[in-house]
Design a protein around this ligand. Structure first.
Ligand SMILES: Cc1ncc(COP(=O)(O)O)c(C=O)c1O
Length: 454
């Protein structure tokens, strides 16, 4: 059965499964999946439809990315129109209008003067690109000794060698140790169950953890450090909300020593926290910002790196005229289909006020109440929330970390809600078009699921 048939059939009910053997699935327990497949065959608005004909409420916006909900007609149309008009154009030494239009729209919602946009195809590529921009910037200014990066424990910055090096996800680092970048150090993560458990929104405790950057600067010397990279809110390692004042401190220390501050907003960007970007929510402006996912509602792979004007100017004006100033780019940078989807998605976000809806309509307060209402559900160890994100951490079973969360995820799917899990934390981040009743449905389903797992 080809994809069209799967999709068509999915609209009407159950479909037969294709042969599962050939595909090596990413970040998946392949054997478990193939023994009991969970196949999504179509999607509309807040819902997926499964291969067995069930409607599944999307509690995670696909993978933190379908912020405007599924199947938006304007995006579908824009992609189809673009494919007909021009399928592909080379991005090196050539341009096409839609990529300039897309960059212009993004520059308009950027924090501060991060108004220069570099297109990639994913969050991982955005991170690699940001790290390279940092190196190129310092070199262009005659500070080529600044080659070191500071990441953070429990950070996730995708799967490229740059990203796993600055990231602090242990499972990701364990196997690939041999390929790690040299010259990387890490800040401590910002989570403490003792001081922060069941905080609503930003924890009061923990701003002082940013002071560790001072220690690393004393250890390595500022003249060697290119950039600090953090997720303003760590998503993939279990929703770790920054303590009040923490990001301000990081900003101040970076500015003091001429170190670039990179915010990885692949998850926190495009309205997830009630402002276009976390930078605006926390009122802390980085020097470079990496994004992807919801930039075009995830309709075609796309990433976008936002860069301060001064950094662009230093790199571009620092090169001889006629020379390629930044030796970097992808065959699919600014791909016409991805750009068409970006323009359409950004227009929807602007027209429907989606990038601020979560705060404007008090959805975040409703969400917080619903999530923290699960405090007395079985197995719950901690609940963390911010904007339209929540992490519900469960007590781990002895000798079986992650198993209880996996079973909860399976149970929720069976009960008609798609959630995510990382370690023993259930992570939630629904599309920003969610209705209050659907928030209740997510909470009720989780309570039922938690009551049924051992
Ligand atoms: C903060 C952050 N950075 C980077 C990435 C990697 O993005 P991608 O999977 O598109 O490469 C992710 C993915 O979830 C992420 O959460």
């Amino acid at each position: 059965m080809d994809q069209t048939e799967l999709t068509r059939a999915g609209r009407h009910g159950a479909v037969d499964l294709p042969n599962l053997d050939a595909l090596w699935m990413p970040f998946t327990a392949n054997r478990d999946f193939k023994a009991a497949p969970r196949m999504l065959v179509s999607a509309q608005g807040m819902h997926y439809r499964s291969h067995d004909g069930r409607e599944i409420l999307d509690g995670v916006a696909g993978l933190w990315c379908v912020n405007a909900g599924h199947g938006r007609e304007e995006i579908v149309e824009a992609i189809a129109r673009q494919a007909r008009e021009m399928d592909y154009a080379p991005p090196f030494q050539m341009g096409h209008p839609v990529q300039f239009e897309a960059a212009d729209l993004l520059a308009k919602i950027a924090p501060g003067d991060l108004t220069k946009i570099f297109f990639t195809n994913s969050g991982s590529e955005s991170v690699d690109t940001a790290l390279k921009i940092a190196l190129a910037y310092h070199r262009a200014r005659g500070e080529g000794t600044r080659t070191m990066f500071i990441g953070r424990e429990r950070g996730y910055h995708g799967v490229g060698f740059g990203g796993i090096s600055v990231g602090g996800m242990v499972a990701n680092r364990k196997v690939f140790r041999g390929g790690m970048l040299p010259n990387v150090d890490h800040l401590p993560h910002t989570y403490s169950a003792e001081h922060q458990a069941f905080s609503r929104g930003q924890p009061e405790w923990g701003a002082h953890l940013a002071d560790d950057l001072e220690r690393l600067v004393q250890l390595h010397d500022a003249s060697n450090i290119a950039a600090v990279i953090v997720e303003p809110m760590a998503g993939s390692t279990g929703v770790l909300v920054p303590p009040k004042g923490y990001l301000d401190k990081l900003r101040a220390i970076c500015s003091k020593y001429g170190i670039l501050l990179i915010f990885d907003e692949v998850i926190s960007g495009y309205g997830r926290l009630g402002t276009p970007f976390a930078a605006q929510r926390f009122k802390v402006t980085p020097d470079i910002m990496t994004t992807a996912k919801a930039v075009n509602n995830a309709a075609v792979p796309l990433g976008a790196v936002f860069v301060r004007e001064g950094i662009y100017d230093a790199v571009v004006n620092g090169a001889p005229s006629g020379a390629v100033e930044f030796f970097h780019g992808y065959t699919y940078s600014g791909h016409p289909l991805a750009m068409a989807a970006a323009v359409a998605a950004q227009n929807i976000y602007a027209r429907d006020g989606l990038l601020t809806r979560v705060a404007r309509e008090g959805l975040d307060a409703y969400w917080e109440e619903a999530m923290h209402g699960l405090r007395d559900a079985p197995h719950v160890k901690d609940i963390r929330n911010l904007g339209l994100v929540a992490g519900i951490e469960l007590h781990s079973r002895p000798e079986a970390a992650g198993k209880r969360a996996f079973e909860t995820f399976l149970k929720c799917y069976e009960l008609g809600v798609l959630v995510r899990y990382t370690g023993d934390t259930i992570a939630l981040s629904p599309p920003l078009i969610i209705k209050r009743g659907q928030i209740d449905q997510i909470a009720d389903t989780l309570r039922r699921a938690l009551s049924s797992v051992q």
